[in-house]
Design a protein around this ligand. Sequence first.
Ligand code: F6P
Length: 544
Amino acid sequence: MTNTASHAWAALAAHHREFGEKHLRDLFRDDPDRAASLSLSFEDILFDFSKQRLTQGTLDLLVGLAEAASVPEAIRRMFDGERINTTEKRSVLHVALRRFSGPFPDARTDVMPDVLATRGRMAKFAEQLRAGKSQGAHGMAIHDVVNIGIGGSDLGPKMVSQALRALAHPTLKVHYVSNLDGAQLAPLLQTLDPRTTLFIVVSKTFTTQETMLNAETARQWLRANLGGEVDLARHFAAVSSRPERAAAFGVGPERVFPIWDWVGGRYSLWSAVGLALMIAIGPHAFDELLRGAERMDEHFRATPLARNLPVVMGLIGVWNTNFLGAATHAVLPYNESLKYLPSFLQQLEMESNGKSVGSAGDPVGSATCPIVWGELGNNGQHAFFQLLHQGGRLVPCDFIASVRSDYPLPGHQEALLSNCFAQTSALAFGKTAEEVRESMERENVAPEEIAGLLPHRVFAGNQPSSTLLLKSLSPATVGALIALYEHKVFVQGAIWGINSFDQWGVELGKAMASRILPAFADPSLASALDASTRALLAYCRRPS
Ligand code: F6P
């Protein structure tokens, strides 16, 4: 039986029929203490969900759904190292990557010796680079580190490097290259000195086309600029679960860092995939990041469902998606340092739960992951927020801000936070026709003008949002925040009954691209392709 067929689901559906379109204005009028009762905190993170369209009664029913869907059992199974990634027959143990002692998950299958040994090797490698003791083939200290990877081998470390850039090494620069488009790598190479550049090729499979092509181009650039006879291995390191492939590429064994098949790409920033990040912020800050995540793991594992942040956050998403009917979810950071959080969460959420077939191969029977999108909130206010306020679509939002800034300019932080809070209020409460009329009358606007403008100036409100307010972007808080979202995704996957840890949906396009590529060189191969693709290829061949 799918969870959508459970009594708990039916009870929520009935509750929703009764709840109807109840407005957040009324919910706050009926319960002025909502801000206190409908918020949770964990260390330096406040999670205020009082502006979600729900009541304590809704939450109780949602917790009932989590129980009916065996969420506690699912959590236990993950932490026990069971093979919950059934289609790939793998355990899901990214939580091991932020632990500091073992055995874990148990004495028989303990992964901690490998995890800790690798972390130790990473720290040594990072320290050497940070101290200027790692030299290129010409004996010059490395000044620039380029992470070549894509998806999970790029987004996580890049996002956290930006989030914690206040802690970055003052002179050693870390760059991220992911795109096949030469327009990313070529301009970067123009700014780099090959004698002082190190490339870290990060690919769990070490077959990903984008990464392999960018790595090959980097190798050719080094060869062309350093001279044919030099030891290029001094300019490469690699992270992979297939070390033999990294060795075949020419990376020395002491510079190949392992990851394991029990960590999914989008959950891997805590592993050696985070090597460039560790180089940027240093092993100590990296450890703090892990410790913050580890404490969130413990909270997730041990806290009763109703007070468990990832559980409550996941359940709110289920309510918005499956009962209120939201098709999208906006992530709106009010902190420049979190500018890559929306794209990181897009992969985390949509690659994990963007599925319509359940673990057992049956249709899920309900909507699953919403379309996750977002942008820095303050910039978005002057761009797409118009639609959030008056477009008539339901778009639940996460507002994420920090009380303290790492870059305090006089007056900026308060102004930023007031905008953040103002948007959550405006979205929730809107402005009625009566309020619009009164304010225009106060401004002595002529009655005929009021009549003409009034419909344009009404804000329906009732747009649900949560606010995640962090005290600051410390490594531990950032670690806890990411782990919070990871576990939220897990909870939703458990409720929808899907395997959140495979990604079969990315395969078809890869296979097709490999069939199309040869047709650029040999047009006769295009005949095997579909008519639209043939036409596109023909257009590319036309003389300009
Ligand atoms: O194509 C999707 C994907 O497999 C992601 O799941 C993964 O994070 C990314 O590609 C990169 O994969 P790899 O680390 O093997 O290069």
